[in-house]
Ligand binder design. Structure first.
Ligand code: ZN
Length: 144
């Protein structure tokens, strides 16, 4: 079954494909994006959930919260701001490494680093010069 990507994380699909051979990608059913409701404490960047029957879902936080003070500084409000692509890619690599190394061992970290290297080569291939950018051009199927 082909892995489904939610619209907000669709741009990660070509990066996902780059991890082929390092981790069993076929196990991932869905990659979802999520945002933490405004004003709630952010405590999670991403998660891998295993469901009964072996279904695996990866969820990735797509936005940070920025605190904004009003003009006289008495009240603050929050707004959502996209996370930098390098942060989302790091989280994604971390979660993908769990496909093979479930515990947070040095081996897990090593695998995570290998995935990150593949991600870097994809960024270079696509000539993305700024990894702190918050939006990546939608992936288009390239003819080979
Ligand atoms: Zn983890």
């Amino acid at each position: 079954m082909k892995t489904q990507f939610y619209k907000t994380v669709k741009w990660l699909e070509p990066f996902f494909q780059k991890a082929k051979g390092l981790v069993p990608l076929h196990k991932v059913h869905i990659v979802k994006g999520f945002v933490i409701p405004l004003g709630k404490i952010e405590c999670i960047d991403g998660q891998m959930t295993k469901y009964e029957g072996g279904k695996i879902v990866i969820t990735l936080r797509t936005h940070n919260q920025i605190q904004r003070a009003n003009q006289n500084g008495t009240n603050t409000s929050y707004i959502h701001k996209r996370r930098m692509i390098c942060d989302i890619l790091l989280t994604f690599a971390h979660e993908l490494a769990h496909l093979k190394e479930w515990e947070h061992t040095p081996e897990h970290w090593e695998l995570e680093c290998k995935i990150i290297r593949r991600f870097i080569s994809e960024l270079k291939r696509r000539d993305i010069k700024d990894v702190t950018t918050r939006r990546i051009v939608e992936y288009r199927e390239e003819s080979k």
